[in-house]
Design a binder for this molecule. Structure first.
Ligand SMILES: [Zn+2]
Length: 420
């Protein structure tokens, strides 16, 4: 009876978790002008994500000119920053190219020098998404959805009375080759005048937008994120996993500079990532709505914030059904773990004394269960690179990743079945 109740409760929680982990519904073109609308963002997206537009292609030039013209029409001050850059931090041979970043600045009421009238006041905010795509796909999700969402965010901010401090929209170039545009921007401009950097990405074509990486000293920014985002999806464990994988984005460059910041992406529909099916039709517009609502919310929460207060202690955080973000300082982690172990030990002792529980049998049963379930794991670990996860049979993938293909999963399943 107790087992049935516990199983039912777990099933109900799993169902609630699945239902809650949805992006907000896309708003139509009739949404109020001061709000973000995925339908309006999609109008920009269909204009520029028609074909692949990798750096150096004619389509890349057309997309760049479209973005600069549109941001200007929306009221931003736009410059195209061009130059040669070498990225020495992302493997040998070093990626290198001539890049063209589109930088759109929405001037704040406080002017370029901030409220205190001094240069480099640190109050400006930097929003980043890359406009180049891979050569084999039109990049509607990666990273077109975020680029279009930034244009719509710019429009919504203008329509709702503007901002106090400058907001700079960086449509970066050459991310797919090794964060070249972000590297060039950082070298030429520096990041001193920015209180925070918000980077937006995609690793698929749908699902909720998840905060998966932060800068150091993240707790104050996590607090703002929790208050500003109506559907906060975040888990500090995700970043611990991510930073051990061989993945980089524009945010890698900003994080190394030590600036406060957040990196967010939607990750469902991974089969569309870096493929010819990364099209406007395939993109889940609800995900673009989530991108935009988070952008507008974060800009409003950070506008006028004291840059000195945006960094503090690192935090541990996780969301409950994408509605509430639980967070606490990382210094609480060990005491909380100690408390949990103490309570568990107390329960075991209490149960043993009442003869309701036999701790040694529980431990032995748990050990047998774990040995069974984890046996096939060595077959399935290690994708190497993201490309190797999506195309494990690609000849240049390292051997372990090729074992993650369908054949390997069948072998793993057979091996697991034989072990049972
Ligand atoms: Zn990307």
């Amino acid at each position: 009876m107790v087992l049935l109740a516990v199983s039912s409760l777990l099933a109900l929680l799993a169902l609630l978790g699945t239902l809650a982990l949805q992006p907000p519904p896309a708003k139509g073109t009739d949404a109020p002008q001061g709000e973000f609308s995925a339908a309006r963002a999609a109008e920009y997206l269909t204009e520029f994500a028609r074909k692949p537009h990798p750096l150096g292609s004619a389509e890349h030039t057309r997309v760049r000119e479209y973005l600069a013209r549109t941001a200007r029409e929306l009221g931003a001050e736009v410059v195209v920053q061009s130059g040669e850059v070498v990225q020495p931090d992302m493997g040998s041979p070093f990626p290198s190219a001539t890049v063209h970043n589109v930088i759109a600045r929405l001037p704040g009421e406080n002017g370029p020098d901030g409220r205190d009238g001094q240069g480099d006041a640190g109050g400006a905010l930097l929003l980043v998404a890359h406009y180049d795509s891979v050569p084999n796909g039109p990049g509607a999700s990666d990273d077109g959805a975020a680029v279009a969402a930034m244009l719509e965010t710019l429009r919504a901010l203008k329509a709702s009375g503007g901002v106090e401090n400058d907001v700079v929209f960086l449509f970066s170039d050459g991310e797919e080759l090794g964060a070249l545009g972000a590297e060039f921007f950082t070298r030429e401009h520096g990041l001193d005048k920015f209180g925070a950097v918000l980077n937006w990405e995609a690793r698929g074509s749908g699902g909720p937008v998840m905060l998966f990486e932060t800068g150091e000293g993240n707790l104050p920014l996590i607090d703002l994120f929790a208050e500003a985002n109506p559907r906060p999806v975040a888990n500090s464990l995700a970043y611990e996993v991510y930073k051990r994988l061989p993945n980089d984005s524009d945010f890698t460059v900003f994080r190394k500079e030590g600036v406060a910041g957040l990196n967010s992406a939607f990750i469902e529909g991974f089969h569309d990532y870096h493929s010819r099916s990364d099209t406007v039709e395939q993109l889940d517009r609800d995900s673009m709505q989530h991108h935009g609502e988070a952008m507008v919310g974060m800009v409003r929460a950070l506008d006028g914030a004291d840059a000195e207060q945006l960094r503090g202690e690192n935090g541990v955080y996780f969301d409950l059904f994408a509605r509430v973000l639980v967070r606490y300082p990382v210094s609480w982690a060990l005491p909380l773990a100690g408390l949990t172990l103490t309570v568990l030990a107390g329960l075991l002792v209490w149960g043993a004394r009442r003869s309701a529980l036999r701790p040694l049998r529980v431990v032995a049963a748990r050990g047998r269960h774990s040995a069974r379930w984890w046996r096939p794991v060595p077959w399935s670990t290690g994708c190497g690179r993201w490309r190797c996860c999506s195309r494990p049979t690609w000849p240049r993938c390292p051997w372990p990743s090729r074992t993650t293909g369908a054949g390997s999963w069948r072998r793993s399943a057979r091996s697991w079945a034989a072990s049972c």
